[in-house]
Design a protein around this ligand. Structure first.
Ligand code: HEC
Ligand code: HEC
Length: 331
């Protein structure tokens, strides 16, 4: 027995050695999904080839499929049910199935929940939180907690946490911190920037580009009745700007090499989320039972401070942040 063990470890050592060499051609290391050029390990890396066999593995695989191909499986044309009511996919916002840093990463979610949510004013389970995204950005109806789909989402969210090295403090789990200018975000400037940076994929009318099969998009929509509803977190200007800096334009921006400045991202987010110029699905329900806990860039009053609803939505944000800081609250 012992001999076999020794041989195995040698074998693994050799495999690891070969990997090292392959990343080291001509003395220059190439970045891989597992590590960057300096050899620093990528804590977000998950190897989907290592999803286990058996019932748990089947649920994880189905959960990943649901993240990547939401519309095909449970969208309006879904082959396994009709839960989401637009043709977007979870991975459009939680990129790489929730494993990309600074893209509303989901690798610590399984460990974090149940969690207190100001929006509902109560502790939510992870399944309830998943249903919030099914209902708001996807305009859908909640998945039953014992459905094959909800069980699969839970299995997948657990696995992407367990099989990576991400902790709650790993940079990239939380959205990218951005700096706020002393001026309000401008949807007029945002419109011009949108034309030069975004319209080639998302369309001049924010409609995105449908795939030929009409089931889902090549480029998801940014406004209109097929897009996320007001009250989705993506509808908040700060939240969207943090995501845009790290992720858009899709073919050129990374969090290490952003294309947009922070101010430009805020301006574009102000343009996309300006409901006076763009239509969205209608929603009646706006929450936050304790208005003191309302996020500062939420766009429905009342607020517990002296700033207007317009200033909350578009900024300038520094005076609001200072107001709450003076009262001992971090916003
Ligand atoms: C339009 C964009 C968008 C889409 C589509 C979307 N989400 Fe989200 N989701 C968000 C945003 C924004 C947040 C809040 C992130 C934050 O506050 O940092 C969020 C939060 C979450 C969270 C809570 C994460 C945490 O740790 O607190 C879960 C779980 C989640 N989404 C799952 C899903 C699932 C599953 C789908 C597909 C059915 C989905 N989302 C589709 C934008 C989206
Ligand atoms: C090269 C094409 C391309 C360009 C240019 C581009 N995007 Fe995207 N965008 C995408 C793709 C593809 C996705 C879906 C990502 C995925 O599924 O992994 C996406 C997703 C999004 C989403 C989240 C999903 C949704 O529809 O709400 C937003 C918001 C967004 N893009 C905004 C922008 C903005 C703003 C710009 C300009 C600064 C921009 N994009 C430029 C291709 C593009």
């Amino acid at each position: 027995m012992k001999k076999v063990y020794v041989r195995w470890s040698c074998c693994l050592f050799v495999i690891a050695g070969v990997n090292m060499i392959s990343c080291n051609e001509g003395g220059v290391k190439k970045p891989t999904p597992q590590a960057d050029a300096a050899g620093t390990e990528n804590p977000f890396y998950v190897d989907t080839a290592k999803i286990p066999a058996g019932k748990y593995g089947d649920a994880i695989r189905y959960g990943r499929d649901l993240m990547m191909h939401t519309a095909y499986l449970i969208g309006p044309e879904g082959v396994n049910g009709h839960y989401t009511n637009n043709k977007m996919n979870c991975t459009n916002c939680h990129q790489d199935g929730g494993t990309k840093p600074y893209s509303f990463n989901l690798q610590t979610s399984f460990r974090s929940y149940p969690e207190y949510r100001a929006r509902e004013g109560k502790v939510l389970s992870l399944a309830e939180r998943v249903n919030n995204c099914i209902m708001r950005p996807h305009l859908g109806r909640p998945l039953p907690f014992d459905s094959k789909e909800m069980i699969a989402f839970m299995a997948y969210l657990k696995w992407i946490g367990d099989s990576s090295k991400v902790t709650k403090s790993t940079p990239g789990v939380k959205p990218l911190p951005i700096e706020f200018p002393d001026t309000a975000a401008s949807s007029v400037t945002g419109a011009l920037l949108y034309g030069s940076h975004c319209a080639r994929c998302h369309g001049l009318n924010g409609e995105g580009m449908m795939r030929p099969d009409n089931v889902t998009y090549t480029y998801p929509p940014l406004w209109g009745h097929q897009s996320y509803q007001p009250g989705s977190s993506m509808h908040r200007i700060i939240k969207m700007a943090q995501w845009l800096v790290a992720n858009m334009p899709y073919d050129s921006a990374t969090h290490l090499k952003p294309v947009l400045t922070h101010t430009q991202a805020l301006d574009i987010a102000a343009f996309i989320n300006n409901d006076a110029i763009h239509q969205r699905p209608f929603v009646q329900e706006f929450q936050y039972p304790d208005i003191e806990e309302k996020d500062i860039d939420y766009d429905r009053g009342p607020f517990a401070d002296t700033f207007s609803v317009t200033q909350h939505k578009y900024g300038p944000y520094p005076p609001i942040i200072r107001y709450w800081k003076d009262r001992g609250r971090k916003r």
